[in-house]
Write a protein that binds this ligand. Structure first.
Ligand SMILES: NC(=O)c1ccc[n+]([C@@H]2O[C@H](COP(=O)([O-])OP(=O)(O)OC[C@H]3O[C@@H](n4cnc5c(N)ncnc54)[C@H](OP(=O)(O)O)[C@@H]3O)[C@@H](O)[C@H]2O)c1
Length: 311
């Protein structure tokens, strides 16, 4: 597993992060037992993953805590989140939520504490009320770095993060980025690169890129709305050009590698409850960039798309 420095935090992390949410929630969404999900965390550690992302909303903090038990605390980076979609939370909610997360995770600090799924309309409240409390908790040693994540499905053009990257309080952001919607390149990464903000990627595969039928549907929609060239994206094999000797081994392999080598990206989260997917995704994130011609073609094909998430 390759490692990188998470922007100005200076923390060394694996380039692959295990996402404990998303459609899988470590397989909890489709019937994995808790023991199976703990095994996924153990398997990720065995593949060299050191970055783990969860949230109070996922129902996987306890599982993650169990999976990491016995590891040296400093050898892993734990990221979790406080939900932000139930109205403007009072500052006191931050402390209570973090204390609950620490208890479920079985640790006395988290490395990254995010405001989860922050809408642009709640951004000003978060900065005025929640961030000062997060900074207090940081000073008390209960969290190391503060972060914010967007709701990519309802904010695919990054309205909230375009505000956030202008402020200096966020050490880390989590952003939706994938082959279909590359709009974060100009709107978000241009500034995070300048300010050296740590960048975590979600939605690299999600639903559209894990399944040919979903992809076909997503491309048909983009084509109908003239956001992509109909000729280039019609039919079943619109992205098959990526798969060849010296290129990607599968659509998912292409999807993760495309994200990993985007300038400004530090960690690509992979959310899975399937041990074979985990193994194959760890291998993908260890492979070199896609061929330059293939990446250039993807940039051109989807240059105008900024309103889908791939969910
Ligand atoms: N707003 C937010 O803060 C927010 C929102 C969304 C996600 N996140 C975080 O970001 C993480 C990553 O997002 P995500 O979970 O959507 O990740 P993802 O890795 O883009 O997609 C996960 C989906 O792809 C499937 N998959 C994974 N590897 C595959 C493979 N090799 N072949 C076929 N299917 C594969 C998974 O199902 P299987 O279980 O079958 O592998 C799952 O349905 C989440 O887990 C969560 O930690 C944060």
């Amino acid at each position: 597993m390759d490692h990188t420095t998470l922007g100005r935090t200076g923390v060394r992390v694996s380039v692959m992060g295990l996402g404990c949410g998303g459609p899988s929630r470590l397989g909890q969404s489709y019937g994995n037992s808790e023991t199976d999900s703990v095994e996924i965390v153990r398997a990720a550690l065995a593949h060299g993953v050191t970055f783990f992302d969860t949230s109070e909303a996922y129902g996987t903090e306890e599982i993650l805590g169990r999976g990491l038990r016995g590891e040296r605390r400093e050898s892993v980076v734990i990221s979790t989140k406080m939900s932000s979609w139930n109205g403007d939370a009072p500052a006191s909610r931050v402390r209570a939520a973090l204390e609950d997360s620490l208890r479920r995770l079985g640790t006395d600090y988290v490395d990254v504490y995010h405001i989860h799924g922050l809408a642009s309309s709640r951004y000003a409240h978060a900065v005025a009320e929640l961030v000062p409390e997060m900074l207090k908790l940081r000073d008390e040693g209960k969290l190391r770095f503060i972060g914010v994540t967007e709701t990519f499905s309802s904010d695919p053009g990054h309205e909230m993060l375009q505000q956030a990257v202008q402020d200096d309080c966020w050490d880390i952001i989590m952003v939706g980025f994938n082959i279909l919607n590359q709009s974060a390149r100009e709107r978000v990464f241009a500034t995070t690169r300048e300010k050296d903000i740590g960048v975590l990627i979600m939605f690299a595969v999600r639903r559209a890129l894990r399944d040919p039928a979903n992809l076909r549907e997503a491309l048909a929609d983009l084509s109908e709305r003239r956001l992509v060239e109909p000729d280039a994206t019609s039919g079943d094999g619109a992205l098959d050009f990526l798969i060849h000797d010296g290129g990607a081994t599968s659509l998912q392999d292409a999807a993760y590698r495309f994200c990993r080598y985007e300038p400004g990206v530090h960690v690509v989260l992979s959310g899975t409850g399937d041990a074979l997917h985990l193994e194959s995704n760890a291998a993908s994130l260890g492979r070199p960039p896609l061929r330059e011609e293939d990446t250039a073609r993807l940039r051109e094909m989807f240059a105008r798309v900024d309103d889908v998430s791939g969910n």
